[in-house]
Design a protein around this ligand. Structure first.
Ligand code: GCB
Length: 597
């Protein structure tokens, strides 16, 4: 069982109530961090309006606001109806980027570190029922080497702070996911674990319910709502004869209804959808329901024009429709856990997810310098114990949040950290042991992490920790691009021969490969940045993939173009998308559709 924040996705029934608080909120920046001293949590002095979910950086017309770094505040009046008396009442945030202090009726009720995972602020003791209450949140978006994602802050000549991300996506911040008022009974279901066994045509669902009742009743229903099985007890197994398994080809979902009882009386209820499936690694194969599966898909971002990283169910739907059209079965939530609505929809669509913690930028070189051989160990710096603690907290919260999604098939514990030194090995050994020894995931799904180009067969130290070895490779782009693409292919084959010789007996997947491409550019012969060149790079990679039978998947970088910081190698952001930022196909989309279908 995981420790840390436990916050089930809100549901509404006889026992539970929730109300979305999304709308225009009040907003004010606090560049001198005077808000606490001047009691801004009572009332903001000069607020402007700001959408929740939303992010100021994508909405402003001013550069200093776009890159604003530091403290800022949100404020909202919340009416809490009196029929919620005798309930536990909380405000639930889908996430706040990167850290938050929550005040309710001027009382500090919660602080939370980490910008991509949900948390609840319990307001039961301070709420005024049947009245308008005041909610205020102090947010801070500064990057540091002690938190994830990593970066630092520089001071500009006019005294303003400026974030320097050590990662290649725009550091959008604020309240970018849903916010709810939630009410739950005093005696309640706090959490539940599910585990599956499949034998031939039947399956067993092993469940454990955490809560303050003496027993539970669990009902499984089929797609049409007919009862399949009923079981009782806080910990037990349900036999399912003729089980319909969940897979990308057939994402069959059962309904599960959990009722918690105390002295024979139902005190709480929680319902959701589940799919029966198993995931294992066996030798060099990844097995879904005991059958080998080849992963085809993308590294993605939560990113869209005007929205930044703000959750939009329309974007989720469009992305998944494009992914179905192109014929993929998998994506990685590079480089942070996405909003919960992505996973709920992936369960329905049948996409497999490699769920990634925001451990990006743990390196003394950045992703471009990475190819230039600059080296200074990141993990010798004195901030590592704080970093490790935050890293572990975020892994715990991610697994806790997502463990019951059938779409999640693996956990990615890092993206491109320093990976060749003793220090990094020891740091990550602790991180991987933390997950395994504490049995954070009841289903013990495979662990992985994305390795950058320094991790060659003779230098890498982290693949030995991984159940699946994930490589990010840019042969034909950062390594020997354009007219040198043949050399790139040779180097790539040399590397893969090296891995083959090591005979790690583990599945390998490619979690990144690709080329920046402007949708406007055509060139004959192909040149870098043109659509023809993106196709050439894809052909080159697929040609090499088919030569090695331990390669079990390819997730191309990236699903769509996305916003980054300004840089001389970025034209309006990263252009490696197979779709444009507004989700229209580049030529490569038609090529991949052929290769993947
Ligand atoms: C990488 C990073 C990713 C970048 C990508 C690129 O290796 O993991 O965040 O966006 O390269 O396009 O440079």
């Amino acid at each position: 069982m995981c420790s840390g924040n436990k916050t089930l996705y809100p549901v509404q029934n006889e026992f539970r109530f929730n109300q979305l608080l999304n709308s225009m909120w009040n907003f004010e920046i606090d560049p001198d961090s005077i808000g606490i001293k001047e009691k801004w949590y009572k009332k903001l002095p000069k607020p402007e309006s700001m959408p929740v979910p939303g992010t100021f950086a994508e909405l402003t017309t001013k550069r200093d606001r776009k890159y604003y770094t530091g403290d800022f505040w949100y404020e909202k009046d919340v009416f809490v109806p009196s029929f919620l008396k005798n309930k536990d009442i909380a405000i639930r945030f889908g996430s706040i980027t990167h850290r938050a202090k929550v005040f309710f009726n001027s009382v500090e009720v919660k602080t939370h570190e980490g910008g991509f995972l949900p948390f609840e602020a319990d307001i039961t003791k301070v709420v005024k029922l049947g009245q308008v209450n005041h909610l205020a949140i102090l947010v801070n978006n500064k990057l540091s080497l002690e938190t994830i994602p990593c970066g630092d802050v520089t001071i500009l000549s006019d005294g303003r702070k400026a974030n320097r991300p050590r990662f290649d996506f725009f550091n959008y911040s604020g309240i970018m996911r849903n916010v709810w008022l939630v009410a739950t009974p005093k005696g309640k279901i706090i959490d539940f674990d599910l585990k599956y066994d499949i034998q031939g045509k039947s399956a067993q669902i092993h469940y454990q319910i955490y809560g303050n009742g003496d027993t539970a009743k669990v009902e499984l229903t089929d797609r049409n709502g007919n009862t399949v099985a009923v079981q009782s007890g806080l910990k037990n197994s349900i036999d399912v004869k003729n089980a319909q398994l969940w897979s990308p080809a057939c994402p069959y979902l059962y309904g599960i209804k959990i009722q918690l009882l105390r002295q024979g009386k139902i005190i709480d209820e929680y319902s959701t959808k589940i799919g029966i499936r198993t995931v294992k690694v066996l030798g060099t194969q990844i097995l879904l329901n005991d059958k080998p599966i080849h992963l085809k898909g993308f590294g993605k971002h939560e990113d869209f024009t005007i929205l930044g990283k703000a959750t939009s169910e329309s974007v989720i739907k469009r992305d998944f429709e494009c992914m179905k059209w192109i014929g993929v079965n998998c994506f990685r939530t590079s480089h942070y856990p996405y909003a919960e609505e992505w996973y709920r929809e992936a369960d329905r669509y049948g996409f497999l997810i490699i769920d990634e913690v925001p451990a990006v930028g743990l390196s003394s070189y950045n992703f471009i310098e990475a190819t230039k051989g600059k080296f200074k160990s990141f993990f010798t710096n004195k901030n590592n114990s704080k970093l490790e603690q935050v890293h572990e907290q975020e892994i715990t919260e991610m697994i806790n949040r997502d463990k019951n999604h059938q779409s999640v098939i693996a956990w990615s514990l890092f993206n491109e950290p320093e990976s060749t030194s003793n220090e990094s090995y020891h740091y990550f050994k602790k991180i991987f042991n933390f997950v395994r020894e504490n049995k954070l995931d009841p289903q013990a799904r495979p662990l992985t992490g994305a390795l950058e180009n320094h991790s060659q067969p003779d230098t890498d130290r982290l693949s030995q920790l991984c159940d699946i070895v994930s490589l990010n490779r840019y042969y034909g782009w950062y390594v020997k691009g354009g007219q040198y693409i043949q050399e790139a292919k040779k180097k790539f084959i040399d590397e893969m021969n090296g891995w083959e010789r090591l005979n790690l007996n583990k599945p390998f997947i490619f979690t990144e490969f690709g080329a920046d491409t402007l949708a406007s550019e055509h060139r004959l012969p192909a040149e870098m940045w043109s659509q023809e060149y993106q196709n050439e790079v894809i052909h080159m990679f697929f040609d090499v993939f088919k030569q090695y039978n331990f390669i079990q998947g390819e997730l191309i970088w990236n699903f769509a173009d996305f916003k980054t910081e300004d840089a001389i190698v970025r034209v309006g952001g990263n252009q490696k998308g197979i779709f444009t930022r507004d989700r229209q196909p580049k030529d490569a989309a038609f090529l991949l559709r052929k290769l993947w279908k």
